[in-house]
Design a protein around this ligand. Sequence first.
Ligand SMILES: Nc1ncnc2c1ncn2[C@@H]1O[C@H](COP(=O)(O)OP(=O)(O)O)[C@@H](O)[C@H]1O
Ligand SMILES: [Mg+2]
Length: 371
Amino acid sequence: MSAAHPVIQTEGLTKHFRRFYTRRVVQAVNGISLKLEGGTAFGLLGPNGSGKTTFIKMLLSSIVPTAGRAQLFGKDCRHPEARRQVGYLPENHRFPTYNTGRQMLHFYAALSGTNRAERITRAGELLERVGLADWADVRIGKYSKGMLQRLGLAQALMHRPSLLMLDEPGDGVDPVGRRMIRDVLEELQQQGTTIFLNSHLLAEVELFCNEVAIIRRGELALTGRIDRLTSGSGYHVSSPDAAEGALDELREKTASIESNNGMVRMQFTDREALNEGIDILRKYGSRIEEVQRKRSTLEDVFMSTISSVAEMLDAFKEQARRKKLVWFRSHSRKSWKLVPSLARVEGGWRDVVSRSGSPEQDGEHEVLVRS
Ligand SMILES: Nc1ncnc2c1ncn2[C@@H]1O[C@H](COP(=O)(O)OP(=O)(O)O)[C@@H](O)[C@H]1O
Ligand SMILES: [Mg+2]
């Protein structure tokens, strides 16, 4: 790897799918140009269906782009050599359930060419690191979703990659597991590993990343450093007659205090600090003029992205109402895979008019059927 090259660089990367049955073109990723320097922890944030997985899969060359190009470590990503230093945790991995966690790590590391001695030490080390040492020799079929995610992370790290790509790593992981994942990622970052993470959760990206981009319907809506995008956020309180004693006590609770013509303005970073601050002001009998919530740019852009998706769904439901069609949410992907044009509603099969999401997508999707 040459230090001069960005770890990831894409130019106008684009992917359009054509839905098989409806023949409709889906613009999954639309002209994304992105550059990632080594050592960054980068988060690609966007609601479900916004194109995150498609983007990662193009970087890994498992999906061929419709247009544009992508480089890893300065090499075309279609070149196997470019992918040698990449570790990948896929979104919906299916590890063979009859293997134990340790066997699975051996299997995947062998595929990437790691020798036996190294595999033995690495597997032991990583199972310990992700909190699965006691489960190492238990069959994967018995693992919970959170344990599978942690095992998947260990799998991605077996060959000591210098770029780690994670697709929704926190999915189904409990808070303790999340904490463990965060600690592992922080440690890797200190060692200089570059991290690229996909997520539909703002909190997850805030937790793991120092740079972020928001993707909206396949296009980048915003990119920047987390600390800059979140600065100035929190709660602003102003008081016309804050007592001296109150100010003394408030100093350690506030992010900043400024006063102007007797009006004191305070900034609190979170809700707990805000409430404690208000208690202090009231205790000294100081009046409160105004309390204001200031959202960060990041949250603002993300919320507007989410609400545009919600609007789309509303339009979908409206269409259902007008055409006297039945609208419902479905969790089942099995029926979809068998016959995409039919859906099972209340025990009977109905013709599907349209549906959101894709067969690859887990979780809920909206379906319109003839009533
Ligand atoms: N193989 C495919 N065929 C057709 N459409 C697809 C395929 N894969 C993804 N899509 C569509 O592309 C869009 C983006 O999907 P995806 O990249 O999985 O989004 P995300 O990972 O952000 O949830 C969705 O509308 C999805 O339905
Ligand atoms: Mg995805």
